[in-house]
Design a binder for this molecule. Structure first.
Ligand SMILES: Nc1nc2c(c(=O)[nH]1)N[C@H]1C(S)=C(S)[C@@H](COP(=O)(O)OP(=O)(O)OC[C@H]3O[C@@H](n4cnc5c(N)ncnc54)[C@H](O)[C@@H]3O)O[C@H]1N2
Ligand code: MOO
Length: 444
């Protein structure tokens, strides 16, 4: 690996917007490089392997192979009629029609004779000759009768009949073939996120496989001599690795796949080994920890000489940030590397602020940014004037926002108890109870 694009320079100070723009520019080429994969579709597959279908976006436009609905059919349980035959019907002058055989959903397409009405169920094919449906509630009688029942008409003929006291409009309660989407029309556009309705319309059209964008593959490297895997015994001074869990889940939620490969060492060679081995099958490397001002900072020591540039962003938590392109096998232009600070709250806030929106845009989600609410504070708050501070909070039933825990970036438990992030921008310094602040909901 060698230095690409960036020089290993001194730490620069950046505004939040400057770092956001830098991350966006670094990751932008990922959209052009994304491979396509074909996934098979069926309800049993979706239920059996839900992860394969979650947070997916279409690689190409999909054209409908069929009309939907595929044939004219009834929108109501009722009678299929010729509307013109009932044009004079009123409560004073009802029109009586002979009842044809019943048509159920799934029956083949039949026909009605003039002067007849066919009992028809919702979704059943409209018989030839009919051009309107009268719901059963508007027929006399307002319930279906057995074919063994007969009425005697004025001529003395015995037949099952039905009366109508009003005239339907032409096409009333008829669902015309192709009225949802016609064969050859765009079924779903490239980039469409596949939610329930999108997967449903693909199934309705009879398609059994679709091309989707391959997920962005992230090599996630939590670092630190002190971190250990939960479930193993801790020596004094060691802690369990929470950042691997925090960011794996955050990345999966953003539509990525993750290889979490912690570096439980402060030795730059160990980190470089992980990058070298993991990068060929990844699109993006995210490291956590090892970037501040300590005597040994594994990320800074290992990746600084390779071109990753470290800066201090005017944000708290999440001040120490880094990014760059690092040469790696399988990446002719270098693999993008984003480095987060190690405090777990700093790492997750960094992800929220800089990476989540870009990854969601790359994944094609219409809602890439968090929803911003403007809500009054339930209490006064102080913030560092020169920094954009992000506090953890919850939204009360009174619509006021209550801070959860203090500003320190080790308070992961407070984050876990929060439903919102509160933004206290550069220059604010102090806000009183009742003052409005920008709030992101994070409880979706
Ligand atoms: N003299 C200075 N000290 C520090 C500065 C500074 O500017 N000058 N910045 C502080 C800020 S702000 C932050 S944030 C941290 C960032 O430090 P690092 O990115 O180098 O992270 P570490 O030192 O490796 O860890 C910080 C903290 O987080 C814990 N940690 C790390 N990894 C994990 C993990 N996977 N799971 C759970 N907890 C983890 C680690 O034990 C430390 O307590 O630096 C400040 N210092
Ligand atoms: O900026 Mo550090 O991320 O506050 O704790």
């Amino acid at each position: 690996m060698q230095l690409l694009l960036r020089d290993n320079g001194a730490v620069t100070s950046l505004s939040l917007d400057q770092h956001r723009a830098a991350v966006e520019a670094l990751l932008a080429p990922l959209s052009a490089r994304r491979a396509i994969e074909t996934i098979s579709l069926s309800a049993s597959r979706i239920a059996g392997a839900p992860d394969a279908y979650r947070q997916r976006t279409l690689a190409h436009d999909v054209v409908s192979p069929t009309d939907l609905p595929p044939f004219d059919n009834s929108q109501m349980d009722g009678y299929a009629v010729r509307a013109a035959e009932l044009s004079g019907a009123s409560s004073d002058a009802t029109v009586r029609l002979r009842v044809d055989p019943q048509i159920n959903a799934g029956d083949t397409i039949s026909a009605i004779e003039p002067g007849t009405a066919a009992p028809i169920m919702t979704g059943a094919p409209l018989p030839a000759g009919a051009d309107a449906i009268v719901p059963i509630e508007r027929a006399i009688p307002d319930h279906f009768r057995s074919t063994s029942v007969t009425d005697t008409n004025a001529d003395g003929d015995e037949a099952l009949t039905v009366e109508f006291a009003s005239a339907p409009d032409h096409d009333e309660f008829v669902r015309r073939r192709g009225s949802d989407v016609a064969q050859g029309e765009l079924l779903l556009a490239a980039g469409a996120a596949l939610g329930p309705a999108q997967l449903g319309v693909i199934a309705a059209s009879g398609l059994t496989s679709i091309d989707v964008l391959r997920r962005i593959r992230v090599l996630l490297i939590a670092t630190g001599h002190e971190i250990r895997e939960p479930g193993t015994a801790l020596q004094p001074g060691q802690i369990y690795d929470s950042n691997s869990a925090v960011l794996s889940q955050a990345l999966i939620d953003a539509g990525c796949t993750v290889v979490a490969w912690p570096c439980r060492s402060d030795d730059a060679a160990d980190l470089l080994h992980i990058v070298e081995k993991g990068a060929p099958t990844a699109d993006l490397v995210i490291t956590v920890g090892g970037v501040s001002a300590g005597a040994r900072e594994v990320v800074r020591d290992a990746l600084g000489p390779l071109g990753v540039e470290f800066s201090h962003v005017a944000m708290q938590p999440g001040g120490p940030q880094g990014l760059g392109l690092v040469e790696a096998a399988g990446h002719p232009s270098g693999i993008p590397v984003v480095t987060f600070p190690g405090n777990p709250v700093s790492a997750l806030v960094s992800f929220e602020m800089f990476v989540r929106p870009v990854l969601r845009r790359l994944a094609g989600f219409a809602r890439d940014e968090r929803e911003v609410l403007r809500l009054p504070l339930a209490e006064s708050v102080d913030s560092p004037v020169g920094k954009h501070q992000v506090r953890r909070a919850s939204i009360g039933t009174d619509g006021r926002v209550r801070l959860v825990g203090g500003p320190s970036s080790h308070l992961l438990h407070s984050y876990a108890a929060s439903t919102a992030l509160v933004h206290l921008p550069v220059g604010l310094g102090h806000a009183d109870a009742g003052d409005p602040v920008d709030v992101w909901r994070i409880d979706d």
